[in-house]
Design a protein around this ligand. Structure first.
Ligand code: AMP
Ligand code: ZN
Length: 473
């Protein structure tokens, strides 16, 4: 398996530090608003990579930080006359709700900056001891001139970086590229105590401190959008390696931008759609299919037409999933076994994904598989044995569902249902229980089975009968 490594600018064989374990850190959201579809691209591609590593048998420990102290959060809290905690709690919950709807697998850890002040200040102290940090009246800066390799990730020389980039002008800095590790408190800002006085951490140091705490001094994979290469990830390297003297990250992965008319989708430009809004009109699978059709590193232009066609493109696959499910239920074990080489598709899928997670190619393999399997089944769908359908299912489940997540074999719980609907279900449950009390088990079972066929599952327990409404995909 090969991964394109931003730092070496080439594809490298993937050899984890401590196989089968893989430690992966992805820069997560600043929780001051609903995240937009551009952010979603980064979160979704990270999810596909993680899921494919798990498919390959790696044990992935996955961390995604939540930036919950930041200028933008403070600004929003002041505008809304509230405190930052109220803002971050609201949008952290919204983040969890939305990634669940996108079918992103939960991280093992979501470290928050505000819960790691001890680790952050300790790391800054360590940098101070090594002359890599200096304090100017309660503001602490990283001393870039003490880290010879500064610029190695973005591949730029120091003078290029100085002239070109978004480096903050500040008269207290010795070098324009130096950056804040600790910011002295200002009025109306949240603060924490430290040996340099009250203040709050800079953004970059959070990720260095939290990744070290949860994943160790050297990690396998660090990922994020390509806007983070400089300065954020460049600075993370300087801080982490400056403090430990060890390599910080083995493989750097960066996601291309989701653009609108060739401009990066971003909050500040105002050219964004929240993922929450898009999810009202398009399924998670359609959104994911739209993203998977472009390699994660390349740019991708958003258009509603593309999303629309992603949704339509999946119809064929979804119909086939239905057919497989019916085939498994309907057919017997002793039917005919058609000639069909599933391994060929498995091999092609793995080949594509092993080549730097080539999801467009892997997706094409799934479509070929569906077309060819459909052709093989032809007009024999009632005569084929159920085991054959199960092998088709197993392939699609492990690839298109568990990795690409463009279809679903699992039933989905429908969360919202009308109160009339709920009342009717409860009435039927009551009638069923009365039938059972009268020992009319035939009627009781009939009610249960009919409800089940409609997607209402009953569960009997000591406390009584509960139900859940599921949609069988
Ligand atoms: P933020 O909440 O701005 O810190 O961003 C969260 C993640 O989304 C980071 O990994 C960013 O690099 C990424 N990101 C932001 N905008 C885009 C975009 N237009 N396309 C792809 N990724 C993005
Ligand atoms: Zn980060």
């Amino acid at each position: 398996m090969q991964i394109y490594n931003t730092i070496s600018r080439k594809k490298e064989d993937f050899v984890p530090l401590n196989p089968p374990n893989v430690n992966m850190y992805v820069c997560g959201p600043t929780v001051y608003d609903y995240f937009h579809l551009g952010n979603a691209r980064s979160f979704l591609m990270a999810d596909v990579i993680r899921k494919y590593l798990e498919y390959k048998g790696y044990k992935v420990k996955f961390a995604m930080n939540l930036t919950d102290v930041d200028d933008k959060i403070i600004k929003k809290a002041n505008e809304q006359n509230t405190d930052t905690k109220e803002i971050t709690e609201k949008y952290t919950q919204a983040f969890f709700d939305d990634i669940k709807k996108l079918r992103i697998k939960k991280a093992d850890i979501y470290p928050k900056a505000t819960e790691h002040m001890a680790e952050i200040t300790q790391l800054i102290e360590k940098l101070e001891e090594k002359n890599s940090a200096y304090n100017v009246d309660g503001n602490v800066f990283f001393n870039v001139s003490n880290f010879q390799e500064y610029g190695k990730l973005s591949g730029k020389k120091l003078d290029e970086l100085e002239s070109g980039a978004r480096v903050e002008i500040n008269k207290d800095k010795k070098n324009p590229l130096d950056f804040a590790l600790w910011k002295k408190v200002k009025p109306d800002e949240p603060y924490w105590e430290s040996k340099w006085g009250n203040g709050r951490p800079g953004w970059h140091i959070e990720c260095s401190a939290m990744s070290q705490k949860h994943l160790g001094e050297t990690i396998d994979i660090h990922a994020g959008g390509s806007d983070l290469i400089f300065p954020h990830h460049e600075n993370e390297i300087a801080q982490s390696e400056g403090a430990t003297g060890k390599p910080f990250v083995k493989y750097w992965i960066h996601f291309g931008f989701l653009n609108i008319r060739d401009e990066k989708m971003s909050k500040s430009l105002g050219n964004f759609f929240t993922t929450r809004e898009v999810l009202k009109h398009y399924s998670a699978e359609s959104i994911r299919h739209f993203f998977n059709q472009t390699h994660y590193a390349g740019p991708l232009n958003y258009s509603e037409d593309l999303l629309e066609s992603a949704q339509r493109g999946l119809e064929k696959i979804n119909n086939f999933v239905e057919e497989i499910k019916e085939g498994i239920l309907r057919n017997k074990k002793d039917g005919i076994t058609p000639e069909f080489d599933i391994d060929r598709y498995k091999f092609a899928f793995e080949n594509a994904m092993d080549d730097d997670f080539n999801t467009p190619k892997a997706t094409a393999v799934i479509f070929d598989f569906v077309r060819d399997a459909n052709k093989t089944i032809g007009d024999k769908k009632n005569e084929i044995n159920s085991e054959f359908y199960i092998t088709l299912k197993n392939f699609l489940k492990s690839t298109a569902d568990d990795v690409l997540t463009i279809l679903s074999f699992d039933e989905k719980v429908i969360e919202e249902s009308s109160s009339l609907q709920n009342n009717l279900i409860e009435l039927l449950i009551k009638l069923r229980n009365e039938a059972r009390q009268e020992k009319n088990f035939k009627l009781g079972d009939k009610i249960r089975d009919e409800l089940n066929a409609m997607g209402v599952q009953l569960k009997d327990s000591k406390e009584g009968t509960s139900y859940k409404i599921v949609k069988v995909d």
